[in-house]
Design a protein around this ligand. Structure first.
Ligand SMILES: NC(=O)c1ccc[n+]([C@@H]2O[C@H](COP(=O)([O-])OP(=O)(O)OC[C@H]3O[C@@H](n4cnc5c(N)ncnc54)[C@H](O)[C@@H]3O)[C@@H](O)[C@H]2O)c1
Length: 383
C-alpha cells in the first residue's frame, strides 16, 4: 500500500545547548507521538556559537547544515519556522528579521531584554501573516492547564491570593562562573527575567492582568570567575534574588519570590491560588500533580488538600502519551507547545489564549520591568 506523504515544515533553530535540547527533542518526538501529525519537520539549518559544537549537533539531529552566523539560518528562503533558543540579546534581531521575511516564530522567554525591546518585537509581528509564540512552556503542563480549567469553571470561587515562587540553587556557589545571564547588557535582568518571568506569565494565565507591584532585589554574589576555575573575576550587574508583592486587576493579592540562592532547591516553581471556595497548589518538582482543596460541606474529618495525579484520559493532554499514572517529565510540555504552534500555522486554531504570543511576551516584560523599577525606587508601580 502506498504511504501517504505529509506536507513538510522547514525548520531553523538558533542555539543547541541549554534549553535548545528540549526544543530539538520536541521536533523529533512530535511527529510520531501526536500521530497523525499533519506535518513532517525538515530540519534545515541550526546556528550556534562554536563551529565544532554546531557541526556536531547538526549531525546528531539530522540538520542539513550547522553554522555560527544566525543570519544564514534566518535568511535561508527555505526556512518557514524559526525556533530561537539563543541568549536574550539574540532574540530581537533574528526574530524581527525572520518576521520581515514571513517566517513563523517560536522564541524563548523572556521575549526581549526589556519592555522597549519586547514592544518592538510585538510591533514587528503583529501586522504580518506569521504565527508567533513565546516559549512559556509551563502553560503546557497538564496540571497547570487543569488548574486553569478549574479556576475558569469557578471551582475554587473568586481568587483572593496567588503566591508565585521560582527558586533554585544555581547561583548559591560564588565559584559558579559568570555567564551572559549575569550581564545586564546581554540578559536585560537577572532572576526577574530568567525565573520570575515564568511564574508571572502563569499569574496572567491563571488569574489575569497585574495592576500594581512592589519589590526588593539584591545581588548576593557581586563578582564571579570569568570562566570555570579562572582567577579573573567579572562583575555581576543583575539581581540574584527578588521578592515582591502584587495586586491583580481582579483585586487578588499575591507574592513573588525568584532566586538562584536557595541551596538544595533545583527547579522549585510553585504557585498557590486561594479562592473563596477552595485552593490549588502546584510544584514543578512534582509536575504530574495538582493539589486541590474544596471548602465545601459536609465538613469531613479527612478534610484537607488532595493530590490529583493529572494523567488520566480526561485530563489535558491525557491519552496523548502513556496510560494514566505513567508520568510525564519536564520535556513533554515542549512537545505540547510545538504541537499547538504547528496547529496554528496550519490554520487549525490560534496561538492565543492557550499559548503566549509576542503580545503576551510584551505584557510579561512590562510586569518584569515594573517589578525592577519598584525595587530600584522603593515605590509601588502601576503596571
Ligand atoms: N523555557 C524554559 O524553560 C527555558 C529554560 C532555560 C533557558 N531559557 C531561555 O532560553 C534562552 C537560552 O538559554 P540557555 O540556558 O539555553 O542558554 P545557553 O547559554 O545554555 O545556550 C545558548 C545557546 O545559544 C547559542 N548562541 C549564543 N549566541 C548565539 C548567536 N549569536 N547566534 C546563534 N546562537 C547563539 C549558543 O551556542 C548556545 O547553544 C534564554 O533566552 C533563556 O532565558 C528558557
Amino acid at each position: 500500500m502506498p504511504i501517504r506523504t505529509m506536507p513538510t515544515l522547514n525548520v531553523g533553530v538558533l542555539g543547541y545547548a541549554g534549553v535548545a535540547r528540549a526544543h530539538l527533542n520536541a521536533l523529533k518526538k512530535l511527529p510520531y507521538i501526536f500521530w497523525s501529525t499533519p506535518v513532517r519537520f525538515r530540519l534545515v539549518g541550526i546556528a550556534g556559537r562554536s563551529p565544532s559544537g554546531v557541526e556536531d549537533v547538526a549531525r546528531r539531529y539530522g540538520f542539513e547544515y550547522g553554522v555560527t552566523d544566525w543570519r544564514r539560518v534566518v535568511e535561508d528562503p527555505q526556512i518557514e519556522l524559526l525556533i530561537n533558543c539563543a541568549p536574550n540579546d539574540t532574540h530581537a534581531g533574528p526574530c524581527l528579521a525572520a518576521a520581515a521575511l514571513g517566517k513563523h516564530l517560536l522564541c524563548e522567554k523572556p521575549l526581549g531584554r526589556d519592555t522597549g525591546e519586547a514592544r518592538r518585537m510585538w510591533d514587528g509581528v503583529r501586522r504580518r501573516p506569521v504565527c508567533h509564540q513565546v516559549s512559556f512552556n509551563y502553560r503546557f503542563i497538564p496540571a497547570v492547564r487543569f488548574a486553569r480549567e478549574l479556576i475558569q469553571a469557578g471551582e475554587i470561587g473568586e481568587i483572593v491570593h496567588f503566591r508565585m515562587r521560582y527558586t533554585d540553587d544555581s547561583l548559591s556557589d560564588p565559584s559558579t562562573p559568570h555567564t551572559w545571564r549575569q550581564e545586564r547588557r546581554r540578559a536585560g535582568s537577572g532572576v526577574v527575567g530568567d525565573l520570575a518571568s515564568h511564574v508571572l506569565d502563569l499569574g496572567r494565565f491563571l488569574v489575569g492582568e497585574f495592576r500594581n507591584v512592589c519589590g526588593f532585589s539584591r545581588i548576593v554574589v557581586p563578582r564571579r570567575p570569568a570562566r570555570p576555575g579562572a582567577r579573573r573575576m567579572k562583575p555581576v550587574d543583575v539581581e540574584d534574588c527578588f521578592v515582591g508583592a502584587v495586586e491583580f486587576a481582579t483585586g487578588a493579592l499575591g507574592t513573588l519570590e525568584a532566586s538562584g540562592c536557595c541551596p538544595g532547591q533545583k527547579n522549585f516553581l510553585t504557585f498557590e491560588a486561594n479562592g473563596t471556595r477552595g485552593s490549588l497548589r502546584f510544584n514543578l518538582e512534582r509536575l504530574n500533580e495538582l493539589e486541590v482543596f474544596r471548602a465545601e460541606p459536609p465538613v469531613r474529618r479527612d478534610r484537607g488538600f488532595k493530590t490529583v495525579l493529572v494523567t488520566d484520559a480526561d485530563h489535558p493532554y491525557g491519552g496523548r502519551w502513556w496510560p494514566s499514572g505513567h508520568i510525564l517529565g519536564w520535556e513533554h510540555p515542549f512537545v505540547h507547545q510545538l504541537h499547538h504552534l504547528v496547529q496554528a500555522i496550519l490554520g487549525n486554531g490560534a496561538v492565543a489564549p492557550l499559548a503566549a504570543t509576542f503580545a503576551d511576551g510584551y505584557a510579561n516584560a512590562r510586569v518584569c520591568d515594573a517589578m525592577l523599577l519598584a525595587a530600584r525606587t522603593g515605590r509601588r508601580i502601576r503596571v
